[in-house]
Write a protein that binds this ligand. Structure first.
Ligand SMILES: C=C(O[C@@H]1C=C(C(=O)O)C=C[C@H]1O)C(=O)O
Length: 105
């Protein structure tokens, strides 16, 4: 279904939303794998949250939202939630790594 032929029924709109969600989650999976790579490149848990990096990432998402006609507060809320969860997962990578080191010591 292309955007040249907008869907007219609720069913068709929902089918298009489902198709987009499929792609969005695929992209989130790619992003998650890069976040794990970033975690592996950090020397200590204090580097995980990196607020100085979070701010421009969220600002860029808001600016991109404006370009594509998405209310920027939606991009802000989505990215703040995503990053909070990614930070939590990165912290788990660190504690698992620390536990493994302690066990082998
Ligand atoms: C991926 C990183 O780690 C965390 C996750 C971020 C993200 O999901 O964009 C950004 C900064 C950090 O809070 C990073 O430092 O780049």
């Amino acid at each position: 279904m292309s955007t040249d032929h907008p869907p007219h029924s609720l069913e068709r709109v929902r089918a298009e939303i489902d198709r987009l969600d499929h792609e969005i989650v695929r992209l989130l999976g790619e992003r998650y794998r890069r976040v794990l790579e970033a975690a592996r490149l950090k020397a200590e848990v204090l580097q995980v949250a990196a607020p100085e990096r979070q701010r421009p990432v969220i600002a860029r998402a808001e600016a991109r939202a404006l370009e594509v006609g998405l209310p920027p507060q939606v991009a802000h809320a989505a990215y703040a939630a995503l990053i909070a969860e990614f930070v939590r997962l990165e912290e788990q990578v660190f504690s698992a790594h620390r536990d493994a080191q302690e066990e082998s010591a």
